[in-house]
Design a protein around this ligand. Structure first.
Ligand code: ADP
Ligand code: ADP
Length: 237
């Protein structure tokens, strides 16, 4: 469903962060992208939802040429793709439920978005997503009162509320302690297996990548140097 063909990404300053990327990811896969800091993992993942534009080659998602999307079509496309960050990206000074409800904002008429007016269905859906992540009891707690692991679960609930086909995660467990990191990886695994959502995760922690992903893509200096099953990763990366 995600297909890179000879993709290159050159930043405006001329730096070539991705070169000759050829990669096909099928619906339902759990892929870990590994590589050293600066290898291009973040750039790669962020081209998929057009946070970054590619500068050569083609990138398609479900047959749609991602670079052909603009304005409304780009916004609609992005709804299919959930994004999870290392720093959780929550609105920390408001409640968990309000954070999850922000998932619906792009689809609201302006006046509902402005005044934060949500329907009963939207509220139920947000609560359901929190329930799926096991943090329903935190719905009315302020986000900044939660632990890091709980905050990442709120971010996951917010993403699930938009019914994504794919979740892109950029170092989602890098700022968590080892035990919590595993719990959050368990959550990604459950989401992948039970909801059949494709998961693409940047992770510099190789053991976690090997433990959870079914496929590993190794990147070095902007190029793919390994692509295969997790149990056959050697010293390539
Ligand atoms: P990783 O996620 O593997 O740490 P990144 O994709 O963040 O790597 O970065 C890859 C390379 O591209 C790095 O050398 C980084 O400094 C460079 N880079 C990232 N963003 C920009 C930018 N906006 N302009 C120029 N170079 C950038
Ligand atoms: P992260 O690790 O969270 O991706 P970084 O510190 O790598 O954050 O990058 C922060 C921001 O700076 C990003 O928007 C990235 O694109 C940009 N950036 C990174 N490296 C460079 C660079 N060499 N030149 C210009 N911008 C860069």
């Amino acid at each position: 469903m995600i297909e890179f063909k000879e993709v290159e990404k050159r930043y405006p300053n001329g730096y070539e962060a991705l070169r000759h990327i050829n990669l096909t990811i099928d619906q339902g896969e759990f892929v870990a992208i590994i590589g050293l800091s600066g290898a291009g993992k973040s750039t790669l993942i962020r081209t998929i939802n057009r946070m970054h534009d590619i500068t050569r080659g083609t990138l398609t998602v479900d047959g749609t040429d991602v670079m052909s999307l603009h304005g409304k079509s780009l916004r609609k496309f992005r709804r299919k793709i959930g994004m999870i960050f290392q720093s959780f990206n929550l609105i920390t000074r408001t409640t968990v439920i309000k954070n999850v409800l922000t998932a619906f904002v792009p689809d609201l008429p302006w006046w509902r978005a402005t005044f934060g007016i949500f329907t009963k269905e939207e509220k139920m859906k947000a609560l359901e997503a929190l329930d799926q992540m096991g943090i329903l009891d935190k719905a009315f707690v302020r986000a900044d009162q939660l632990s890091g692991g709980q905050q990442q679960r709120v971010a996951l609930a917010r993403t699930l509320a938009q019914n994504p086909q794919v979740i892109l995660a950029d170092e989602p467990v890098a700022s968590l302690d080892p035990v919590t990191a595993k719990q959050v990886m368990d959550d990604f695994q459950r989401i992948n297996r039970e909801m059949h959502i494709t998961v693409l995760i940047n992770i510099h922690h190789v053991e976690l990548a090997l433990q959870y992903a079914t496929r590993v893509v190794g990147i070095r200096a902007g190029e793919i140097v390994y692509d295969g099953p997790a149990d056959q990763v050697d010293q390539a990366v």
